[in-house]
Design a protein around this ligand. Sequence first.
Ligand code: 39S
Ligand code: MET
Ligand code: ZN
Length: 763
Amino acid sequence: MALAHNLGFPRIGAQRQLKQALEGFWRGDISSTELQQTGAALRTQHWQWQQQAGLDFVPVGDFAWYDHVLQLAQTFGAVPARHASIDEPLTQLFAMARGASACCGGNSAALEMTKWFDTNYHYLVPELEREQSFELQLSPLVAQVDEARSQGFSAKPVIVGPISFLWLSKCAGQEFDRLELLPRLLQAYGQLVEQLNERQCDWIQFDEPVLSLDLPPSWLAALVESYQYLSDLVAGNILLANYFGGLADKLTWLQQTGVDGLHIDAVRAADEVQQVAIQWPADKVLSIGVIDGRNVWRADLSSLLTTLSPLHEQRGDKLWIAPSCSLLHVPVDSDVELQLDDELRGWLAFARQKLSEVVALTRALNGCQSFTDRALFTDSDQVQRQRAHSSRVVNLAVRQRCHSVLPEHHERQSQFAQRQQIQASALQLPPLPTTTIGSFPQTAAIRQNRAALKAGTLSQAEYDSFIEAEIADVIKRQQQLDLDVLVHGEPERNDMVEYFGEHLQGVAVSQYGWVQSYGSRCVKPPLVYGDVARAQAMTVRWSQYAQSLTDKPVKGMLTGPVTLLNWSFIRSDLPRSDVAQQLALAVRDEVADLERAGIQIIQIDEPALREGLPLRQQDQQDYLQWAVDAFRLSANGVADSTQIHTHMCYCEFDDVIESIAALDADVISIEASRSDMTLLNSFIDFNYPNAIGLGLYDIHSPNVPEVAVMAADLQRAKQIFPTAQIWVNPDCGLKTRGWPETEAALANMVAAAKQSRAELATA
Ligand SMILES: Nc1nc2c(c(=O)[nH]1)N[C@@H](CNc1ccc(C(=O)N[C@@H](CCC(=O)N[C@@H](CCC(=O)N[C@@H](CCC(=O)O)C(=O)O)C(=O)O)C(=O)O)cc1)CN2
Ligand code: MET
Ligand SMILES: [Zn+2]
């Protein structure tokens, strides 16, 4: 009998209960007891759903208040000195996640947040000292195992394994080889394992997604050593879980680990399944992640059954069926999406539906299908046929246009040096021009108005005039701040990707399809189900209105094709590069309309360009090639006098700097402040040719940066780059901030720029 299991369930809640509870707790509206109750209720609900779906085990340990890597760091006492004096565990955890103000242990910054592999989920980066000690502190995992068992669930603890934990951490202070810490870290894992042993868990799942990366041999040797050690300690069995890519290149290492089971991502690495099935010993469990945990389309169950049947014949009960990865990256329930038409809704499988697919497949293999399992197969067959022939999927005009894209559509008319001169005389900006990244605070009033529009209690006309009033307000405030290049503030956008999803053909948006991005913040990724086209202008009206209110240039503001792609759920029947090209053409049309409407500066944001970089080096060049092409296709249809900006944040630039230069944007604004300007090194080393907007302050914190600090950073920048190349801006949009700190910070930023300009004049 094959077994059905799951690697992890979305923790945020079908109605984002965790978000509301967390934000309520941070505001002081609810007590920690109430927060704990919400967490417990969510866990129970999620276990119930999973058990009812028919899984043989439920995952325990996938829940976290903020992030599971953070939770594990705290579990092992890997707490930076600046947070160590905070006694109360939850207070300490949130201080590590969000920084602590004077109220609890001084003004201590949060841990760095970064992307979880190639997802839009962010984890907090543990900071490890060379002398770091690890010791099992209070373990929420152990408590939750007790909780699940007391409620009658068959619990499979899941935990990030030691190699991934170390790889994803960073050195506090000076660099050292983090593997030096492994023996101490393993002891802490050992302490945890002992507690789990007492609870007689049959299986413990250790997640090692770093197996999907190109790992140096020293790390692979450390992996073998770690799991040999843990296998001896664990009374039950170890399932070593990899996801987001393949691991066939590491099989000989994995065979030496002594673990009892291996989970592979059979979606991302479908081509490896046969090889792994042959090489992975038949007396060990092989868990095959066939249901896509990174996308939302219903699986082709019949074809999966055909692939899996021979494996089941070979392995019998040593075959497990699962989603490819944790379901953290998909929304909870597609059945509640009643605003989507039946056909489209029928194409979707969110977390709950995916579990039914896992179970239906497993039961079909085991020859014990229920009536509903059979119905699921019939539906699945029908959906595959529908999607293959549906007129809403193929748009011939789009296909033709894609075929007729020519190389010159990717090119500007002139080189940057010429454009720079033309633009300088057209725009007449001062040296070190100041600007912002696009969004201004998304106030409660803005969201309430949008909610009222959706609820039908506010008319479109009322909503539109509300948005105009907001735009007028941000234009006025920017003029008072004396910024040089203004923005309209993006008040009309719920999210920079979802908004375009709402306006593009071939794309649908869900009502409740929230996915955790970081902490309490969620996104609702659009669903790209068909060929993408732009029916009418999406942003021109707002930019034009904003420009009508001022003589200063107002930047048009668009999300770029690569970011639209990477932050959406994309159809699985076309290569990603083709979808990127369709999106690029849609954005290109919008750029053209903005230019025609008199907008002289257009920013095309690409914060997710780096995120989409394939995990293996061998796949990266191809991606960068088509991603850069997509951006250039979207941007380069303009006259030389139109200035193209782009923006990237959260970026390790080193490995993609050539591609960033190849975008050939006239101005790029980047994050620099949080890394203490070290991000600039890649731009310096590369001799980056175009203009750069320095993210002079971190918008993720409510702290108001001092003029002197920003002026000093500008001073450093002037020593590195020609002044004509430097712009001055915050490091990302201001939508998550409040007005008071926004205005105070921007006032200081403008003051720093003016001070720096005055120095130029006297130099
Ligand atoms: N897609 C995407 N990915 C990204 C980013 C991004 O901006 N977008 N930025 C980076 C960081 N990630 C972020 C992700 C989310 C948010 C964020 O602020 N999300 C908001 C939701 C934004 C949104 O869609 N808001 C809706 C409101 C949805 C809502 O909660 N409505 C209320 C009612 C309105 C109210 O009273 O608030 C309800 O349904 O109950 C709107 O503005 O219309 C949140 O979680 O709170 C910020 C950064 C990386 N990835
Ligand atoms: C995550 S990048 C955000 C860019 C967008 N223009 C904003 O200002 O919010
Ligand atoms: Zn940004």
